[in-house]
Design a protein around this ligand. Structure first.
Ligand SMILES: NC(=O)c1ccc[n+]([C@@H]2O[C@H](COP(=O)([O-])OP(=O)(O)OC[C@H]3O[C@@H](n4cnc5c(N)ncnc54)[C@H](O)[C@@H]3O)[C@@H](O)[C@H]2O)c1
Ligand SMILES: O=C(O)C(=O)C[C@]1(C(=O)O)C=C[C@@H](O)C=C1
Length: 387
């Protein structure tokens, strides 16, 4: 990684399967940032494929059953991204296995447990599958809603594991950050419960709010016209594709059910406080939520000055990249860049550049307790540019 020239794309021949909102936005961003990248769009919809070509977001297109798809994958494709609705991923993992594809496979699906289990089961080299999930999107569907800046400022989850070849993570990290997103490394087994709380339950709550208003709109014709900013802010996502969200819900059924049950309890606490005329309890619940919501930054601000280099020798220890990056994310540290510096043929140093966020003290304690020998070196952004 360290000796690649800055204008050389991290991947030169990519296939994106499912060229809708997320797949086409990813392709658009890649082709804008790395115009020399070859990119095959695969989709069941012919109009989508036409649009992919006319936008210049794909250099070639294929329907899933077309021999062109197999040929492209077998002839030097170095990244396959699965961006279909979650239920369609399994068939593609099986095809990639049957075609002997040996490159990196990632995906953007909103759930990770089922696809990870399938990948482990069907791929001859499951270590080449690195689950991904951009935490950005929209209520729009299909290529018509796609845009190259969709991921700017967003967090993009990657789920490395101990079996993943160490070099895969820095390559994907560079790709994702080059599109303006930030990587959060998360163990794949933690993913679905986490997104149930911050994404899947909110979607069903937004749909419930619209259901509530709609029921009353029948009695009172003007009601929907009264829906102002508050209603619109809390319900935008309810306009998303019902089929897509039904697939996500069944893929993450247990965590979603647990989250919805907890949500009912929380709503129950509000109702109880009202029922008991308990103003202090009601204000307390509202105040807790307001404090947390106000602390949420509207957007992250990239740090420019105070950077910290962390160097960790990697000899004789598999899974270092997954372990270190997931610990860093769990204490809120942001890895701006990550490289593996090969010192000798069989020794290497993992080098991270952290921005000035998160708890570096905790990171250091975690890493030292986990048996790593770590060195920290403060850098200025200027110095980093010359590293
Ligand atoms: N919508 C969001 O906000 C959002 C955000 C992050 C991740 N995701 C995830 O990204 C994935 C894609 O979602 P999207 O919003 O882009 O959906 P979308 O409906 O906009 O696009 C899906 C695309 O896949 C194509 N497709 C459907 N079945 C296919 C098949 N069997 N083979 C090939 N192509 C097929 C469709 O024609 C369409 O072009 C999903 O797994 C979703 O969970 C969505
Ligand atoms: O519509 C948006 O703004 C989104 O961020 C969409 C959103 C979300 O609400 O969490 C939807 C599903 C995903 O898997 C990721 C992102």
């Amino acid at each position: 990684m360290a000796d690649r020239n800055d204008n050389e794309p991290c991947f030169s021949r990519i296939a994106v399967i499912g060229f809708g909102l997320i797949g086409a936005s990813f392709a658009a961003a890649v082709r804008q940032r790395w115009p020399q990248t070859e990119l095959l769009a695969v989709d069941v919809d012919d109009a989508t494929l036409q649009s992919a070509l006319s936008h210049g977001w794909a250099t070639a297109v294929a329907r899933p059953e077309s021999p062109e798809f197999k040929r492209y994958v077998q002839e030097g494709c170095d990244l396959v991204m699965i961006a279909t609705p979650v239920g369609a991923a399994e068939g593609y993992l099986k095809s990639l296995a049957a075609w002997g594809y040996g490159g990196i496979v990632t995906d953007v699906g909103s759930t990770k447990a089922r696809i990870s289990a399938i990948a482990a089961d069907v791929l001859p080299h499951p270590e080449n599958y690195v689950p991904g999930h951009p935490m950005a999107g929209s209520e729009k569907s299909g290529i018509a809603g796609a845009r190259p800046d969709l991921f700017k400022g967003a967090h993009w989850i990657l789920c490395p594991d101990a079996a993943m070849p160490a070099e895969h993570f820095p390559r994907l990290h560079e790709l994702v950050t080059s599109l303006g997103a930030r990587v959060v490394a998360l163990p794949r087994e933690d993913h679905d419960a986490a997104v149930a709380v911050v994404s899947h339950v909110p979607h069903f709550v937004a749909s419930s709010l619209v259901q509530l208003a709609h029921r009353h709109a029948d009695e009172q014709q003007a009601l929907m016209r009264l829906a102002a900013g508050g209603f619109k802010d809390t319900t935008r996502i309810a306009a998303g594709s019902p089929e897509l969200w039904c697939g996500i819900a069944f893929d993450n059924k247990e965590a979603l059910l647990a989250g919805l049950a907890e949500m009912q309890q929380i709503i129950g606490q509000f109702a109880d406080a009202l029922n008991h005329d308990d103003k202090a309890a009601l204000t307390g619940l509202l105040a807790d939520a307001a404090e947390v919501r106000r602390a949420l930054p509207a957007a992250w601000v990239p740090s420019t000055e105070r950077l910290l280099e962390v160097r960790i020798p990697m000899e004789d220890r598999p899974g270092v990249v997954a372990e270190v990056t997931t610990v860093a994310s769990s204490v809120g540290c942001n890895i701006q860049s990550i490289e593996i510096d090969h010192v000798t043929e069989d020794s290497a140093v993992l080098s991270l550049i952290l921005t000035d966020e998160g708890d570096v003290g905790k990171l250091s304690v975690h890493l030292i307790n986990a048996g790593f020998s770590v060195s920290f070196n403060p850098l200025t952004a200027k110095e980093h540019a010359h590293v």
